[in-house]
Ligand binder design. Structure first.
Ligand code: AMP
Length: 216
């Protein structure tokens, strides 16, 4: 199963991709997570990407395409893409490389979310630097404020989750990533799902579509 999950920052792509990966036993390929790991490792790619990420801008296509082509090549059992493709050029490169293997994306899901929900969600987001568990100061607080329930590690805020950077990320999304939704709509069915509400309801909606695909 090859799935692309589209949506603005804060739409819930990470949360839902993780659930999809667990349920259908496919790889969760998050371009943002891979970039953060490269940064933490101090790699050449990580160093090149950091300025763009901290400003809420996109990392250049050539770096991303090379990184994601490698990740996709290692996901023989299928995947769900989280945060890629984010430009029309990236979508074209993905399609071309799939076509070369006589393959195609099986389903495109687009999580639709309003700007005020994005701001509220992202600026309240905190995560555990050790195990990666994500919390929200209001909507999903840890049992002890500021501390991971699982391992007691102090929670951190991503440097690009501040209000100023989130506004830039939203602008970047509308300028460069929303056209990717139209790119796919011109070529296949795009499953639009309202993602403003409760995450369990959104997941149920996504699973209903993917279960139908898995039964085919
Ligand atoms: P995310 O965790 O998906 O919000 O990604 C965090 C940051 O990584 C983004 O704001 C971009 O700077 C960069 N990034 C992630 N995926 C891509 C991509 N497909 N193309 C360009 N930049 C990306």
């Amino acid at each position: 199963m090859r799935v692309v999950l589209l949506g603005a920052p804060g739409a819930g792509k990470g949360t839902h991709c993780k659930r999809i990966a667990d349920r259908y036993q496919v790889a969760h390929l998050s371009s943002g997570d891979i970039l953060r790991r490269e940064r933490a490792a101090g790699s050449d790619l990580g160093r090149k990407a950091q300025g763009y990420m901290d400003a809420g801008a996109l990392v250049p296509d050539d770096l991303i395409v090379e990184m994601m082509t490698k990740a996709i090549g290692q996901a023989a059992g299928g995947y769900v893409l989280d945060g890629f493709p984010r430009t029309v050029n990236q979508a074209e490169v993905l399609d071309t490389s799939l076509a070369a293997q006589n393959a195609a994306t099986d389903m495109v899901v687009n999580l639709r979310v309003s700007d005020n929900v994005v701001l509220e969600r992202i600026t309240g987001r905190r995560s555990c630097p050790k195990c990666g568990t994500v919390y929200h100061v209001k909507n999903m607080p840890p049992k002890t404020p500021g501390v991971c329930d699982k391992d007691g590690t102090p929670l951190v805020q991503r440097p690009d989750d501040t209000e100023e950077v989130v506004r830039n990320r939203l602008q970047t999304y509308y300028r460069q990533t929303e056209p990717v939704v139209d790119y796919y709509k011109a070529r296949c069915t795009v499953h639009d799902i309202d993602a403003d509400g409760d995450a369990d309801l959104v997941a149920a909606e996504i699973f209903a579509r993917l279960d139908a695909l898995a039964r085919k």
